[in-house]
Write a protein that binds this ligand. Structure first.
Ligand code: NAD
Ligand code: DAU
Length: 331
């Protein structure tokens, strides 16, 4: 099987490429990635002999048409993915997340290629704290940020291309991922690399916001379950019952680093900051028989800390610039 993986040099995409090469040795893998600030060729260094990396944009219709036409399956991870960046400049989010997804769908339609679209739980907006309510595939779309609204739009494009043109597509909406190769602009690796540098973690606002953490390997095993066993046209929510407040994440990291529980700073909150995400993944568990393997969050965090300690060369070059951007926003 020939698989085209868009955004395969980014965090989740690179982990998906590693998992695919490891577990499906017959697969022929091509990665299409624009190598933006978030993409890193070195994330694929260990599998370089097994993977063709094409540097280019998913908005390039000619390139996309050729690569999709040569494939049996497209797994679409490529996106502008960071909420804070989308608040500073939404423009690349519209281009990549909307125009890029449209470009891929047109090629999938023309060539009749199976398509899996990777999306986020943020399309559903947020939930109140301390309620049992969780997102389901029936929850109405209500995105808050330029990032989540462009992801919501891309999901709707996929749904329309399924219904109007019969494109063979599935969609997954996953909660917050953590693990190796995550860009250090994101919450967990930002605090881990701060702590490695002896800098206090930075908590937006009071730190009461809740995210539903899942290890990236579990996200990607769920994606394979959907590709292999899911029903075309359906949406599957991916989550591993990992609800944790930002404050608790920071406190767990401080404990792992042997630091005092209050050794962090509160900084300017994110405008429009979503309060809580929580996923009901029953369809995935009951219909497709998927279950997560990384069920001990502290253990998963400790392993992630070890990865960042052991791979300083991978992240060090981006640290000063990332922190300079945050400093400009008082964060
Ligand atoms: P990331 O920012 O780490 O990686 C994105 C990748 O896409 C990078 O390699 C980048 O170079 C590439 N890219 C960006 N614009 C491109 C373009 N125009 N053409 C080709 N490649 C381009 O993102 P991530 O965290 O790995 O997220 C991957 C996908 O998963 C996204 O679609 C995101 O919405 C979704 N998602 C992420 C999370 C999370 O917690 N990170 C959770 C749920 C869903
Ligand atoms: O829910 C899935 C989404 O999770 C994905 O679609 C996005 O691509 C991904 O970036 C992530 O979005 P969040 O905005 O939830 O993730 P982020 O890592 O930016 O922030 C997680 C929480 O931590 C959020 O409540 C903001 C807070 N935060 C973030 C940073 C960078 C802090 O308190 N301090 C920080 O320094």
């Amino acid at each position: 099987m020939k698989i085209l993986i868009t955004g395969g040099a980014g965090f989740i995409g690179a982990n998906f490429v590693h998992q695919t090469v490891r577990e499906r040795p017959q697969a022929q893998v091509t990665v299409l990635d624009a190598l933006t600030y978030a993409g890193d060729r070195s994330s694929l260094a260990a599998v370089a002999d097994r993977v063709e990396l094409v540097e280019g944009s998913i908005t390039d219709a000619l390139l996309v048409d050729r690569l999709v036409g040569e494939s049996d399956l497209v797994v679409h991870f490529a996106a502008e993915s960071h909420n804070d960046n989308s608040l500073n400049d939404p423009s690349p989010f519209v281009q990549t997340n909307l125009v890029g997804t449209f470009t891929l769908l047109e090629a999938a339609r023309k060539h009749g290629v199976r398509f899996h679209h990777i999306s986020t739980d943020e399309v559903y907006g947020d939930l109140p704290l301390d309620t049992p309510e969780r997102f389901t595939p029936e929850t109405p779309y209500n995105p808050s940020s330029p990032y989540s609204s462009t992801k919501a739009g891309s999901d709707l494009l996929v749904r329309a291309w399924v219904r109007s043109f019969g494109v063979q597509a599935t969609i997954s909406n996953c909660s917050n991922n953590y693990g190796p190769y995550q860009h250090i602009e994101k919450f967990i690796p930002r605090q881990v690399t701060n702590l490695i540098d002896g800098v206090r973690p930075r908590l937006y606002g009071q730190g009461l916001n809740v995210r539903d953490w899942i290890h990236v390997e579990d996200h990607n095993s769920a994606v394979w379950s959907i590709i292999e066993k899911g029903q075309v046209g359906e949406t599957y929510l991916i989550g591993a019952d990992g609800e944790t407040s930002n404050l608790d994440v920071v406190r767990t990291l401080l404990e792992i680093f042997g630091r005092d529980a209050d050794d962090f700073d509160h900084v300017t909150d994110r405008p429009g900051h979503d309060l809580r995400y929580a996923i009901d993944a029953s369809r995935l568990r009951n219909e497709l028989g998927w279950a997560p393997r990384y069920t001990d969050f502290r253990q998963g965090l400790a392993a992630t800390v070890e990865w960042y300690r052991a791979n300083e060369a991978w992240w060090r070059g981006a640290k000063a610039l990332t922190e300079a951007k945050y400093a400009a926003s008082g964060q």
